[in-house]
Design a protein around this ligand. Structure first.
Ligand code: ZN
Length: 283
């Protein structure tokens, strides 16, 4: 297992609560000694992407991932097409940013649907289309399985095995590095009894594209925005990192903390310093 220092780590900009323009966040993350950053579409769309990419590079940062896709399942054909179009533009931006991967959080049940199987079929159809464009742009797509509590409203892709099965079905025997891979976020997968097998399989199939860390607070007060700082919860993050690295992952360890009740209320410098200290001691 690697000896982790900040230069091997990334900060997902959500961790700072989107309180400042991306340029300021880039400066703060670089000043804190991190090696990479993971921006969101909300910080990039409608802006001069080439200029932002230069700014990030000039600060000495890599882009560990670009977050995140628009929902794929849709209630109408027009909405389905609109989602794909948003994702196509995002893949172009990911290429311009030099992102390791574009992160796919695939979406849940559209409208008032109760048909989970149909939503999952739309996800498969949509990713098949996006994979073609990603291949042409030289961008890799990281399917991020989300904790099943989000199946209705955020992602009907809920386990690592499910994500890997989908990758294998859509891209069965890639000649070079696969376009499709997975993002392993400890918050979403730590509970999975098949996690170790899933990580080993992802490594063997060369699909480990991103590794996200935070912690699971007990009790959790908000399903979405109450992630804990690494070390303040119940996840054995180091055990999972050791599995991910044993499977061949050598990318950035990315901190991603949504915390409306706690960390988003603290000064960015304090958040970044704490992330760094925890990454170097408990992750
Ligand atoms: Zn994540």
């Amino acid at each position: 297992m690697r000896r982790l220092d900040a230069s091997l780590c990334s900060v997902n900009t959500a961790t700072l609560g989107f309180r400042a323009p991306l340029e300021d966040t880039v400066e703060a993350v670089a000043r804190a000694g991190f090696g990479a950053i993971a921006p969101w579409r909300r910080e990039i769309e409608g802006r001069d992407v080439a200029r932002l990419a230069r700014h990030i590079r000039a600060a000495g940062l890599s882009v560990s991932g670009y977050c995140r896709s628009a929902d794929i399942p849709a209630a109408t054909a027009a909405d389905f097409a609109a989602g794909l179009e948003t994702n196509r533009r995002a893949i172009e931006a990911a290429a311009e940013l030099g992102a390791t991967a574009f992160i796919l959080v695939v979406g849940g049940l559209p409208g008032d649907s109760r048909d989970l199987a149909a939503a999952r079929a739309q996800v498969r159809e949509g990713i098949a289309i996006l994979a073609e464009q990603a291949r042409a742009c030289g961008v890799r797509l990281a399917l991020e399985p989300l904790h099943p509590m989000y199946a209705a409203d955020r992602a009907c892709l809920n386990t690592l095995a499910q994500a890997l099965d989908l990758c294998a079905a859509l891209e069965p025997a890639p000649a070079g590095p696969p376009v499709l891979g997975v993002a392993v976020d400890v918050y979403h997968v730590w509970w999975d009894p098949l996690l170790a097998e899933g990580i080993a399989r992802a490594g063997a199939e060369r699909r480990l594209l991103a590794f996200h860390v935070c912690d699971w607070r007990r009790p959790t007060r908000d399903m979405l925005n109450d992630r804990a700082m690494m070390g303040d919860g119940v996840i054995d993050i180091r055990a999972i990192r050791s599995q991910v690295e044993a499977a061949g992952f050598g990318g950035f360890v990315e901190t991603e903390i949504f915390s409306v009740l706690d960390w988003w209320r603290r000064p960015p410098e304090e958040v970044l310093a704490t992330c760094r200290q925890r990454l170097e001691t408990v992750v």
